[in-house]
Design a protein around this ligand. Structure first.
Ligand SMILES: *Cc1c(COP(=O)(O)O)cnc(C)c1O
Length: 392
């Protein structure tokens, strides 16, 4: 029997179809392009590159695969080092390990929550002293907010080390007028089910280097030499996106701008609905950048609210609402035990503090105002409980 006392589940970031996806899927079925290549794939790559202002794009099976290919294009392998943002999802670093290279984690800074240029410089100085510079730097744009790209690019250019932008969460965001993901040697987006637009699963590698992208297509299709018989001189992967999923992507890309507006509205509404509660600090937006606010993220000051991220998440779970702590920094993950880490300041890690105090609220572009009020009412009731004890 249905229990009507349990309110429907509110997800952190649910897929949001436009309705047009079926048109492209049906076209693929009608023409029997049920394959990993085809017209939707070519068109999706071109449309995506045009949208972000990159010279080219290669559609792949995931963002993780896109990063693996980018690292392979830079010929990174065993014995190499790669610098990577510490405050991120594990997929920003796993492909570094696939290649046999060693990840070195770089702390966040307070204004963007992203890679600290100071920590990056510290890591470069230490690596230079050892005579072991990294072969690449993976910079993440967390929750849609751009990292400080001018400062980061200046440092990396000085050491002549290429930058790969992990823009999995920041499609539709910009930094000083440039699309997130188009400032480094390579950038990639994710179309996983929870991202701002989705193909149910998929990724896109972008670059201005068309020769490198041609090589990416080769590597992602098992590195088949141009011979009639199957001949391979090099290790390859099976990483291409299917023509069906690319059809979903084409329809999703058409509504990307609407999705960004909707997510930014979700953030604005949370801010207004919780305005009067002291001790909540919203993830900042750096001047001259526009974040897609993929997730609304905030930190909670326990001394002012009487709350912690854990207590809020527990209360929301009880109300059938999904919320999450901020990503656990990768240098704290058991998987990466023993890896090097460079903090923002000696003995002060910004990413660790954000992990202790940060939380992400449900932020889907299809979230209704009623859903949001359900979330904020629950948080509000917690604060009232805390302080009624004091008042009594
Ligand atoms: C989602 C995500 C990825 C991985 O993308 P997939 O398409 O799921 O492989 C990488 N980095 C970040 C920061 C992500 O959020």
């Amino acid at each position: 029997m249905l229990d009507h006392t349990v309110p429907s589940r509110i997800y952190l970031s649910a897929p949001h179809m436009s309705g047009n996806e079926q048109v492209y899927i049906e076209e693929a079925f009608r023409t029997n392009w049920v394959a990993p290549l085809g017209p939707n794939l070519d068109a999706f790559e071109q449309e995506c590159a045009a949208h972000v202002g990159a010279r080219g794009a290669v559609a792949l099976s995931s963002g993780t695969a896109a990063l693996h290919i980018a690292l392979s294009l830079l010929e990174i392998g065993s014995g190499d080092r790669v610098f990577c943002s510490a405050l991120t999802f594990v997929a920003s670093a796993n492909p570094i390990v696939y290649t046999g290279a060693e990840p070195v984690f770089i702390d966040s800074e307070p204004q963007t929550w992203n890679m600290s240029p100071d920590a990056l410089q510290d890591a470069f100085s230490a690596a230079e002293a050892e005579g072991r510079l990294p072969k690449a730097v993976v910079v993440v744009h967390l929750y849609g907010q751009s990292a400080r790209m001018d400062e980061i690019m200046e440092i990396c250019n000085r050491y002549e080390v290429p930058v790969i932008e992990d823009a999995a969460e920041s499609l539709g965001s910009s930094y000083k007028g440039r699309a997130s993901g188009t400032m480094g040697a390579f950038g990639f987006y994710s179309f996983n089910g929870n991202k701002i637009i989705t193909t149910s699963g998929g990724g896109m590698l972008v670059s201005d280097n068309l020769r490198a992208l041609e090589k990416a297509r080769f590597l992602a299709q098992q590195s088949r030499d141009p011979a009639l018989h199957y001949q391979h001189s090099q290790l390859g992967y099976n990483y291409r996106m299917s023509n069906i999923l690319a059809g979903i992507g084409r329809a999703q890309l058409q509504v990307l701008e609407e999705r960004v507006i909707a997510r930014r509205q979700v953030y604005e509404r949370y801010r207004l609905l919780l305005e009067d509660i002291q001790g909540l600090h919203w993830m900042p937006e750096l001047k001259q950048t526009a974040t897609n606010r993929w997730l609304t993220a905030l930190t909670v000051d326990p001394s002012k609210t009487g709350l912690t991220p854990t207590s809020i998440i527990a209360a929301l779970t009880e109300a059938n609402v999904e919320s999450r702590p901020v990503w656990k920094p990768l240098h704290l993950q058991p998987l990466f035990r023993g890896c090097r880490f460079h903090a923002h300041r000696p003995n002060y890690s910004v990413s660790e503090e954000l992990f202790r105090t940060g939380l992400c609220l449900p932020s889907g572009s299809n979230l209704t105002l009623d859903d949001q009020i359900r979330v904020t009412d629950r948080i509000r009731s917690l604060v009232t409980q805390e302080f009624s004890i004091e008042l009594a």
